[in-house]
Every structure is written in structure tokens, then in C-alpha cells.
Design a binder for this molecule. Structure first.
Ligand SMILES: [Zn+2]
Ligand SMILES: [Zn+2]
Length: 317
């Protein structure tokens, strides 16, 4: 994919300035200016083609403090004046160890520099339990889910609840091209095609008033390009990964996809296009039946009891 040029004296294929990145899938080297232009244009196109944002939307970026959500916030903020939509940030503290403190610190700094309103919430305050406590407890139950599953369910619930209260009309997440196609291939290998059907630039199939649409403006941006962009824009993101994000299966998939891309540049975009075609086919078979509600909390749910209430029961919070 876009190889990062450190000391190579290559010239920009478009304007002849010093190149900062190689886009192998395009057979091009680009300078800072041409690269940031291409990157922003691509995000704007993703937004436009998929109708991700409308005039008067109030968008909350789920800001973790990492490069992806920081870049999402930067670009949406830049666009917000042009399309007259408001942008805020929501940051969730999952635990209270050093890592989460650094995340919150980075998120605050980013918002401060960009002049964006930040709303902070924590698992502890909202649910009375931290992710660290859940992970610890999960070790003594049979067949525990990976930490990311618990974290994801709790985060989505909290984000949706708070977004609703704040009058937010869209929640934007930082998922990039690599995240998206890794998830696609993982779901494919596990035979979870119903999960592929729910993927895409706007998450979910059924629409419900209680469910704030989640959008992914960076889903056509390769991960290393997001990182380069965030560096060029001087965003002070946190480079560290979450201590719980050791998904061995995802790591294998990541390595395989990177190998394919290395030998056959452009494959990552092709996997995304194939995924999107598959989403269309899978969705066309689903009738827009009435959405179910969780018997316990009355929120939209795919089963009788939603995932959130299942976890709540399991861990007794
Ligand atoms: Zn250039
Ligand atoms: Zn529920």
C-alpha cells in the first residue's frame, strides 16, 4: 500500500515536489500537498456517494484519541463549515488505568486544538463497572468473549444513549479501509454473513428512531495513509494500541491481507468493492420487517434480549 518515504529522494508524480508517500496501487509518489488533497477528496467522495451527511446534521465523532478518530474529527470539522453541519466529540473512558487516562488526555488536546466541544463519559459512572473489571471477571466464566466484544457492546450503547440526549443525528467512527476489510474477511471465514450484511458506510439494515445512524467516513482510506495524514496535519494522537486488542485471528487476517496487497497492489480496494457488492446482495434478501425491541430495556435488538442486557446480567451491574 502507500509506502512511507523517509529518506528517498523521489519526486511527486503530480507536481515534482519532494514525495512523502508512495501509492503503489496507483503507481505514484506524492508530496504532502498532493497527498492531503487526494486523501480529503476521497473522504468527501465517500460522504457524498453514500449520503453520509446532510445539511443541519449534528454529528458526534466517537473520539478515542487514536489516529483514526482524530483524523475523522479533523476532516469533519473542516467540512462542517462548508456544509453547515455541527460537529462535536464524544469520548468514553472504558477503565481507569494509565492507558485510558492517556486516551482521554489525547482526546482533550485534539478537541482543544480543533475548537471542538468534547463530551466525556465513563463506564464506571454510567454502568458502575470498568472494562478492566469485566475482563478480570470474564476469566472465571466458561467461554468468555474477547474483551473487544464486551467493550464494543457497552461503548455502542453508551454512545447511542448520549448521542440521543445531545440531539446528535449521526455518530461518526474512525473505521478505516483495513479495519473494514479485515472484519469482512473474518466474518466470511466464520460464516457470519449476517454480520457482513450489517456492514457498510452506514451501519445496520433496519432503521429505528431510537438508533442513531453510525457512519464511517474513512472506510476507503488505507490505514497507513490515515496515519501519514494525521502526522502531516500535526494531530497529537495517541499511537499506543489498547492493551486488550490482542485478537489473534484478526492479526492473522491483517498479515494475509497485507501480503496480498504487497504482491498485488490495489487488492485492498478490490476486497472492499467485493464486500459492498456482497452487502447489497445479502440485504436484498432481507425484508424490512419490523424491528424487535429488547424485553428488558426496550431498545432496538436483534433478539428477545439485547446483547447489552445479556452482558449486564452476566456481570451483574
Ligand atoms: Zn505534489
Ligand atoms: Zn436490553
Amino acid at each position: 500500500m502507500g509506502k512511507i518515504m523517509e529518506n528517498l529522494n523521489r519526486r511527486c508524480s503530480r507536481c515534482g515536489r519532494d514525495a512523502v508517500i508512495e501509492l503503489r496501487y496507483e503507481g505514484k509518489f506524492l508530496c504532502e500537498r498532493c497527498f492531503t488533497r487526494l486523501f480529503e477528496k476521497r473522504v468527501r467522495r465517500t460522504i457524498r456517494i453514500n449520503g453520509l451527511l446532510k445539511r443541519n446534521d449534528k454529528t458526534a465523532v466517537a473520539l478515542s484519541g487514536g489516529k483514526d478518530s482524530a483524523t475523522t474529527l479533523y476532516i469533519l470539522k473542516k467540512l462542517s463549515d462548508r456544509i453547515k453541519s455541527e460537529v462535536i466529540a464524544i469520548t468514553i473512558e472504558q477503565g481507569n488505568n494509565e492507558y485510558w487516562k492517556k486516551c482521554l488526555e489525547a482526546a482533550r488536546n485534539i478537541c482543544n486544538e480543533l475548537g471542538v466541544e468534547i463530551h466525556e463519559y465513563s463506564f464506571k459512572e454510567e454502568f458502575g463497572i470498568t472494562l478492566d473489571e469485566i475482563v478480570k471477571m470474564s476469566k472465571s466464566i466458561p467461554n468468555p468473549a474477547p474483551p473487544c466484544t464486551y467493550c464494543g457492546v457497552l461503548r455502542r450503547r453508551l454512545l447511542n444513549d448520549k448521542a440521543r440526549i445531545l440531539g446528535v443525528t449521526k455518530i461518526a467512527t474512525g473505521h478505516n479501509l483495513d479495519d473494514e476489510i479485515q472484519a469482512s474477511l473474518m466474518n466470511f471465514i466464520r460464516g457470519e454473513l449476517n454480520r457482513i450484511a450489517r456492514m457498510g458506510p452506514v451501519v445496520g439494515i433496519l432503521r429505528d428512531k431510537k438508533f442513531i445512524p453510525r457512519i464511517k467516513p474513512l472506510r476507503e482510506c488505507p490505514e497507513n495513509e490515515v496515519e501519514r495524514y494525521a502526522e502531516i496535519r500535526g494531530l497529537k494522537f495517541l499511537g499506543e494500541r489498547c492493551p486488550y486488542s490482542k485478537d489473534a485471528f484478526r492479526q492473522t487476517i491483517r498479515e494475509i491481507i497485507n501480503k496480498i496487497e504487497e504482491n498485488h497492489p490495489g487488492s485492498k480496494f478490490q476486497i472492499l468493492r467485493s464486500t459492498d457488492q456482497l452487502i447489497q446482495i445479502l440485504r436484498s434478501g432481507i425484508n424490512s420487517k419490523e424491528i424487535r425491541r429488547c424485553e428488558k430495556c426496550n431498545e432496538p435488538s436483534s433478539g428477545e434480549i439485547c446483547k447489552f442486557c445479556q452482558i449486564r446480567e452476566e456481570f451483574g451491574f
